[in-house]
Design a protein around this ligand. Structure first.
Ligand code: PRP
Ligand code: HPA
Length: 179
């Protein structure tokens, strides 16, 4: 198991000073380009959640969609798109949030999630937890039940997982952790 995780870690490129000086950006495009890493990312996440009752994966715009769709296909559940403001054509529920590099708003279509639905939240990367917090609030507004929050990568030193647990009482899981 540790070998598989190390392989995934090694497949993520580290880019200095992007998008701002002083930031070491973890870039998943290299993981996606590696067929073995891409397949194992989905297979390992599937192993974590295969025995849970999951009706939908709710995945974040834009990089969360990539992994969310593959995992939903494998689990055999539906996929709900949590989109940046103004992209969804029907009536929406929305939630503002702070990002590491600014402010934004996330939306889901009204009616996509119903009271009692079991939802796994998913995004590619956990930094401050601002995006994750907005996703949790959106799903809670819909009345659905949050099973867990899955990430491919956690930037551990930013304390996002603890913030999610302390603020919302939601457990998260990350395949890979970087400082
Ligand atoms: C990145 C990343 C997460 C979020 C993490 O997305 O994919 O969604 O930031 O940061 P946080 O924990 O501090 O909120 P971004 O908003 O850059 O969007 P993208 O996927 O469209 O590139
Ligand atoms: N990599 C990718 N996405 C991010 C990062 C990062 O280091 N920080 C916030 N979003």
């Amino acid at each position: 198991f540790q070998n598989r995780i190390q392989y995934l870690k090694d497949s993520v490129a580290a880019v200095k000073d992007f998008p701002q000086e002083g930031i070491l950006f973890r870039d998943i495009t290299t993981l996606l380009e590696d067929p073995k890493a891409l397949k194992d990312t989905i297979d390992l996440l599937y192993d974590v959640y295969k025995d849970e009752k999951i009706d939908y994966i709710a995945a974040a715009d834009a990089r969360g969609f990539i992994f969310g769709c593959a995992l939903a296909y494998k689990i055999g559940c539906g996929l709900v798109l949590v989109r940046k403001k103004g992209k969804l054509p029907r009536e929406t529920i929305s939630q503002d949030y702070d990002l590491e590099y600014g402010k934004n708003t996330l939306e889901i279509c009204k009616g996509s999630l119903k009271k009692g639905d079991n939802v796994l939240l998913l995004d590619d990367l956990l930094a401050t937890g601002g995006t994750a917090g907005a996703m949790i609030k959106l799903v809670e507004k819909s009345g659905a039940n949050i099973v867990s929050f899955a990430f491919i990568i956690e930037l551990f030193d930013l304390g996002g997982a603890k913030r999610i647990k302390d603020t919302y009482g939601i457990d998260s899981f990350s395949l890979i952790s970087f400082p």
